[in-house]
Design a protein around this ligand. Structure first.
Ligand SMILES: [Zn+2]
Length: 133
């Protein structure tokens, strides 16, 4: 386990900092992710770390920006260290969807597969169990 897990997990309130999944319902600690990947020179400093679920970490990989074909520009993915979640996303509780409110929010929803059927199914169960949002 990453040595900075205790600090990062506490700061993230034991939730995935991208999809807000509650760590308490999983049977394994969430992962410490580098917001700016080490493969691109990102540091191990706490200011570059975020708590993520396996799904978000897997889909984010070393991606930092994605090409927005409509705006024809690179759009930054959500950065849990510098962006406010509520400015970029909103929840639609009836369907369990996370909606992007900004280009960054929309790019992140797509890149991290935040509304894949399996995500929606899990989120609806967490809502029923009062573990989400
Ligand atoms: Zn997640």
């Amino acid at each position: 386990m990453n040595s900075k897990y205790p600090v990062v997990a506490r700061r993230g309130n034991h939730r995935c900092e991208y999809c807000r999944a509650p760590e308490a319902i999983f049977n394994f600690p969430f992962e410490v992710e580098h917001v700016f990947p080490t493969s691109r020179g990102g540091s191990d400093d706490e200011s570059n770390l975020a708590l993520t679920c396996r799904s978000c970490n897997l889909h984010k990989s070393d991606v930092v920006t994605v090409w927005d074909s409509v705006a024809e520009e690179e759009v930054a993915l959500f950065n849990p260290r510098t962006d406010r979640w509520s400015e970029h996303f909103e929840l639609e509780l009836e369907r369990g969807e996370i909606r992007g409110l900004t280009a960054t929010g929309q790019a992140t929803v797509t890149q991290l597969h935040l509304n894949d059927p399996i995500q929606l199914m899990a989120r609806l169960l967490w809502i029923q169990l009062r573990l989400f949002p």
